[in-house]
Ligand binder design. Structure first.
Ligand code: ADP
Ligand code: TYD
Length: 209
């Protein structure tokens, strides 16, 4: 059986990832394309428990503990979810992956991208997305979208933190144009969904080449 395809979707908080993944999974269901949706933090039983720890605004999680919690979650998901689904030939879609850790912990928390890369090698052992959709919106647009939302521990960080996350994503997209495809997220949901579908299907159809 052909190996599956591993893709990720990234962007700052409020960029519309959840909204787009709803559109995408509905369309995959209609087309009968077998997929696994992974989510980080979360994505597995152990992952959901880590998600609660890491996002609870009442928890005084230190930056290094935060970094390791995200990677513990990812290591679990790689073993329990992503690799088995790939072996079954599925399309694996991860709502966030290591680009999030590079942007949030590596840059915004200032822990360094080299450290993140070292932990990535330990936790993920070569499981890398072939394609990453980067939903690009400016931080002021997301702040406006989220102004009345209940905020988790990371979302509750200030505007300067979120601006650093945004700048980090922009730098990652510029550094990896062969993998990261920016999609303008400041448009109506439908046209963004159409773009993502087109990009994804183009890659899915030539997955064995
Ligand atoms: P994320 O999962 O990236 O945090 P969400 O999909 O939850 O983002 O969207 C954050 C907020 O923005 C929600 O209130 C959602 O309804 C709204 N939203 C999502 N996509 C768009 C869009 N294209 N235009 C305007 N608002 C949007
Ligand atoms: P997520 O559930 O994707 O939130 P949202 O749907 O609001 O974008 O992610 C929760 C938070 O965790 C988000 O603020 C980004 C943060 N995060 C990191 O800081 N590092 C990571 O490695 C990951 C995967 C997420």
């Amino acid at each position: 059986m052909a190996e599956g395809l591993f893709i990720s979707i990234e962007g700052i908080d409020g960029s519309g990832k959840s909204t787009q993944l709803d559109h995408l999974t509905k369309r995959l269901d209609l087309e009968g394309i077998p997929y696994l949706l992974n989510r980080e933090p979360g994505g597995s039983g152990v992952g959901m428990q880590i998600r609660q720890i890491v996002l609870d605004p009442k928890n005084p999680v230190s930056p290094t503990a935060e970094l390791l919690l995200y990677f513990a979650n990812r290591a679990q998901n790689v073993d329990e979810q992503i690799r088995p689904a790939m072996a079954e030939g599925k399309l694996v879609i991860s709502d966030r992956y290591t680009d999030s850790t590079l942007a949030y912990q590596g840059v915004a928390r200032d822990l360094g991208q080299d450290l993140v890369a070292q932990l990535h090698a330990i936790a993920c052992r070569g499981t890398e997305p072939t394609l990453t959709i980067y939903l690009r919106i400016r931080p002021e647009v997301s702040a406006n979208r989220l102004r009345n939302a209940k905020k988790d521990r990371l979302e509750a960080e200030g505007a300067a933190f979120h601006f650093r996350v945004y700048q980090a994503y922009e730098a990652l997209a510029a550094a990896h144009p062969e993998r990261i495809v920016p999609v303008n997220g400041e448009r109506g949901e439908g046209s963004i969904a159409d773009d993502i579908w087109r990009i994804l299907m183009e890659r899915w159809q030539r997955r064995d080449s």
